[in-house]
Design a protein around this ligand. Structure first.
Ligand SMILES: [Zn+2]
Ligand SMILES: [Zn+2]
Length: 357
């Protein structure tokens, strides 16, 4: 008999690949729930249940996931996993591939502390598997209540929790602390100054009043960019596009419904000039439905002398691999690796953010 594989690892891998391909959330959840339900089970019981067909009696385990487990235990790569691997991925051209290879971490990610779908630990493990050296955890700020933004107190609790998680993670990898802080109507930031100063990385984004009139939005963004706590300006235009990038296949998803949104109106040249002046990085957001900023604005930010951060804005582990989409767009615009702050080591990155504030 072939040597058994690790069925939990196979279930998690399938969930990762489904997320990466932007598949329906319920489908991903089936595999993550099954992995969670079976993770603590003694190997002997797992084998016995797979043998007598009683895995499906457990909450969170269905026919498909039970079949995957049985195949894993029999030492076979589950058919479901094999099919996903066979149909995955897109080919990047040489420049985009080189840029992706130069990235050492991700500066914009969410966990289930705000509107992400997975615990911090799972996000971190997926980042380790991708070869990252760090992951900046940037859950939302208080005013974004629809995304369960963290109050100052909950953020303090999160900082303690991250310290504990970090202690248990493999050497050479760490979670950096951070926030995706709302840029409020007057351009101020939606969190206490002392907390912003304590965090390793601060991403600031506009989530409300996206239709502000041009001069108001420009003033708002200029004030935020000049704030020494703000390190990265997140999804600059706030646009939502409905198209899928090359390589993303699969049926529709509630998280990917056709909800388009126009770009916010602001003086991009003034904002990018301010980013260059204050050394605030411009985010290249990799999410398929955002693709923000559009390429013409990436080129203008490049000309203005801005630095960039190529981020996923991942809300689930598999989405951490979406960085390749951002790299593809950055490469098309001629963004060189030495302008991208997440090509730096964690130490360089933190030294930079601390120097700025
Ligand atoms: Zn955001
Ligand atoms: Zn975000």
């Amino acid at each position: 008999m072939a040597r058994a594989r690790d069925p939990i690892a196979d279930l998690r891998r399938i969930a990762f690949l489904l997320e990466r391909a932007n598949e329906a959330t319920y489908r991903v959840r089936a595999f993550r729930s099954a992995a969670k339900a079976l993770a603590g089970m003694p190997a002997a019981e797992l084998t016995e249940r797979a043998g007598n067909g009683t895995l499906t009696e457990l909450a969170g385990v269905g026919d498909v996931t039970a079949r995957c487990v049985a195949e894993s235990l029999a030492g076979e790569e589950p058919v479901y996993l094999r099919r996903l691997v066979a149909t995955e991925g897109s080919d990047l051209d040489a420049e985009a591939t080189a840029l992706r290879a130069a990235l050492r971490g991700d500066c914009h990610t969410h966990s289930d502390w705000s509107d992400g779908g997975s615990p911090i630990e799972e996000m971190a493990l997926a980042a380790v598997e991708l070869g990252h050296e760090y992951l900046v955890l940037t859950d939302h700020s208080p005013r974004l209540t629809v995304a369960r933004g963290l109050t100052a107190n909950r953020l303090r609790q999160q900082l303690d929790h991250v310290a504990k998680v970090n202690a248990a993670l493999p050497e050479g990898f760490r979670i950096l602390t951070g926030i995706e802080v709302d840029i409020l109507a007057d351009g101020s930031l939606d969190q206490d100054d002392d907390l912003l100063a304590r965090l390793d990385v601060v991403v600031g984004s506009v989530h409300s009043g996206l239709k502000d009139e041009r001069s108001k939005m420009t003033r708002r963004m200029l004030k935020a960019v000049a704030n020494p706590h703000l390190d990265i300006l997140g999804h600059v235009t706030g646009r939502m596009v409905s198209s899928r990038p090359a390589g993303v296949t699969g049926p529709g998803d509630r998280g990917h419904r056709a909800r388009t949104r126009a770009e916010s109106d602001f003086d991009a040249d003034a904002v990018f000039a301010a980013c260059a002046e204050h050394d605030t990085a411009v985010e290249i957001n990799s999410r398929p439905e955002r693709q923000d900023p559009p390429k013409r604005l990436i080129r203008r930010a490049l000309e203005a002398g801005c630095r960039f951060a190529i981020n996923t804005d991942a809300h689930a582990p598999g989405q951490l691999d979406w960085q390749r989409f951002g790299c593809e767009r950055a490469a098309l615009c001629g963004v060189p690796a030495d302008r991208v702050i997440n090509t730096w080591s964690a130490e360089q990155l933190v030294a930079w953010t601390q120097n700025r504030s």
